[in-house]
Every structure is written in C-alpha cells, then in structure tokens.
Design a protein around this ligand. Structure first.
Ligand SMILES: C=C(O[C@@H]1C=C(C(=O)O)C=C[C@H]1O)C(=O)O
Length: 130
C-alpha cells in the first residue's frame, strides 16, 4: 500500500490511517534513539575521564560499592517510571562492564607514567584523541 521506506514491512500490510499513526510513533522512536546515542556518548566521555584519573592514581578499574549504589538507585527510579527494574539493572551492568574494560585498557596503556601511552594514541581508549 505504501512505497515509503519508513513504513518498512507494514507499508504493504495496513490501511493508510494506521500507517500514518505508525510512522508518527516511529518518528518519536527515532528521536528517542538519537537522544540515547548522545546521552551514552556523553556518559562515556565522563567515564573515560574517570579512567584516566584512576590510572594516574593507581586506583582499580572497577568500584563494586559504587556500582551497587548506582544499581539500587536506578532500579528504584525505573520502578517509579514504570520501567522494568530488572531490565534497568541488566542495561546498566552492560554499560558498566564496557566502562571497566575501557578503564583496564587505559591503565594497561599508561604503564608507570600514569599517562595514556603513545601505543594507544588515536585508539578508542584514548579520550585525548577526541
Ligand atoms: C566510572 C567509574 O568506574 C566504573 C564504572 C562505573 C559506571 O560506569 O558507572 C561505576 C563504577 C566503576 O566500576 C567510577 O568508578 O565512577
């Protein structure tokens, strides 16, 4: 029924009014997804700075006490927002795992100098490369 590429599979399967409603909701989803990408990019910029600070002061990459506090706070917020708290926990753990991986890489590259090393310059683990 529609050749609009935004309609996807549904374009050939539903009435024009239904399609219009679907496309309007998808436009919101696109905006939300773009916001998520920007938010995640900002969060990773901040955590990269934490990683550099930790490497400089020989602090461990992971901080389980901080993670525990964050997860209970986020689960509480998720519940209030009618988002599945278990999903919120999984999502946050997924992100934290990646952050810790970055911190370990920063620490490994900084060696004795406490500075991100030249071997990592330009890599995704080097926040100064951005
Ligand atoms: C960013 C930090 O490093 C790690 C990553 C965290 C996160 O992504 O929120 C939280 C705790 C740490 O395990 C930190 O210590 O603040």
């Amino acid at each position: 029924m529609s050749t609009d590429p935004r309609a996807g599979e549904a374009g050939t399967q539903v009435e024009p009014e239904v399609l219009e409603e679907l496309l309007s909701m998808r436009a919101s989803i696109d905006n939300i997804d773009a916001t998520l990408v920007y938010l995640l990019a900002e969060r990773f910029k901040a955590t990269q700075r934490v990683g550099v600070l930790k490497a400089k002061h020989q602090l461990p990459a992971a901080d389980p006490a901080r993670e525990k506090n964050q997860i209970s706070r986020l689960k509480r917020l998720a519940h209030e927002a009618q988002l599945d708290p278990e999903f919120a926990e999984k999502f946050l753990n997924f992100i934290i795992e990646e952050v810790i991986r970055h911190h370990e890489a920063i620490s490994a590259s900084s060696g004795a100098t406490g500075q991100p090393g030249p071997a990592r310059a330009g890599s995704s683990d080097d926040p100064t490369a951005r």
